[in-house]
Design a protein around this ligand. Structure first.
Ligand SMILES: [Zn+2]
Length: 335
């Protein structure tokens, strides 16, 4: 993995470009200094000398272990408030104006933290940060795929009573290898019945067949979808139906899903006509942000600024907003 922070210059055109992000985990935005401070507050050992050492891993399972350790520092409502507030403050610095952000409640419920503590804290933090920084955030509740359908449906049951102005959809994340994705078809169906949008992490460390399975289940967006091009018939359907992909190239390189940014299939997916978007996934873990991602992907692929604006516009198209709100966002973000 990279040794140094990747931040684009403050005056970079990609930092100034107002952006939309559709694939970012709130827990993956936790600043190392905040994690260290909260771990000390609660007397939780992190098992590392400096908090930055937490953000070190070779692959997805390794990364998820670090993700769990970072989560362990967040215990009470104030902690989650701070997590969401700082996520939004950092989003503003990256030039993000609208974001649909994941919460992964499984990592908190497993530790005995109440769902209300997580939700109420995050909502309060987002509201305060929206006032202060002008970044609008909507939420997606992610189920922990390896736990299976039962716990996923339990999360959906909780979701049905939450504020629909804030909670737009249900997603699925965590390990992919060895997880039977077909089992989640009833979750997608039931979520749609309740009026939620759906998305799933797939084709990241696992094969393109997992993307095919979730497309067949009817998901509204594919998170990552890095392996899409392995199945030509699937490419045709994803392009025809303009099913969006929330691609995270730097995350894929850092977790050895792709060897380099230059070899990442993002450009080929774009060339094939897919509605691909660019996202940071877990910016604190990868020590960068969405402005850096735009700059790095532009450089790696030789894309000009207009191409990057078109990629930004894909995210407006792929956002879970109605046509009126999308048109308003397009007008607000036009440069
Ligand atoms: Zn992700």
């Amino acid at each position: 993995m990279t040794d140094a922070p990747l931040h684009a210059a403050p005056d970079s055109p990609y930092r100034r470009l107002p952006k939309v992000e559709l694939h970012c985990h709130v827990e993956g935005t936790a600043r190392p200094s905040t994690v260290a401070e909260l771990a000390a507050k609660h007397g939780i050992p992190l098992g590392v000398e400096t908090p930055e050492d937490l953000y070190s891993y070779a692959n997805l399972p390794d990364f998820l272990a670090a993700f769990g350790t970072v989560c362990s520092a967040f215990v009470d409502l104030d902690d989650f408030h701070r997590m969401a507030y700082e996520a939004t403050e950092d989003a503003a610095l990256a030039g993000i104006r609208y974001r649909e952000m994941f919460i992964s409640p499984g990592f908190h419920l497993d530790r005995g933290v109440r769902f209300d503590t997580v939700w109420d804290g995050i909502v309060a933090g987002l509201r305060e940060a929206e006032e202060d920084h002008g970044v609008r955030t909507r939420l997606i509740l992610d189920v922990d795929k390896p736990k299976g359908l039962g716990p996923a449906l339990a999360i959906l049951e909780v979701a049905r009573n939450l504020d629909r102005d804030l909670l737009l959809g249900i997603g699925g994340d965590s390990n992919e290898i060895g997880v039977d994705h077909e089992q989640f078809a009833p979750l997608v169906r039931e979520a749609h019945n309740l009026g939620f949008k759906t998305c799933f992490h797939c084709g990241e460390e696992g094969p393109a067949e997992n993307i095919a399975t979730m497309v067949a289940a009817g998901v509204d967006r594919i998170d990552h979808g890095t392996r899409l091009l392995d199945l030509p018939e699937l490419v045709a359907r994803v392009v025809d139906e303009q099913i969006p992909l929330t691609s995270c190239p730097t995350s894929n390189v850092e977790l050895e899903v792709a060897p380099t940014l230059e070899a990442h299939p993002f450009a080929a997916q774009l060339e094939a006509g897919a509605l691909v978007t660019l996202n940071s996934d877990d910016p604190a873990f990868f020590r960068f942000d969405l402005a850096d991602e735009f700059e790095r992907v532009a450089t790696a692929n030789g894309f000009d600024f207009e191409t990057m604006v078109a990629i930004r516009d894909n995210a407006i198209e792929a956002a879970w907003l109605d046509e009126t709100d999308k048109a308003a966002l397009r007008a607000e973000l036009s440069v």
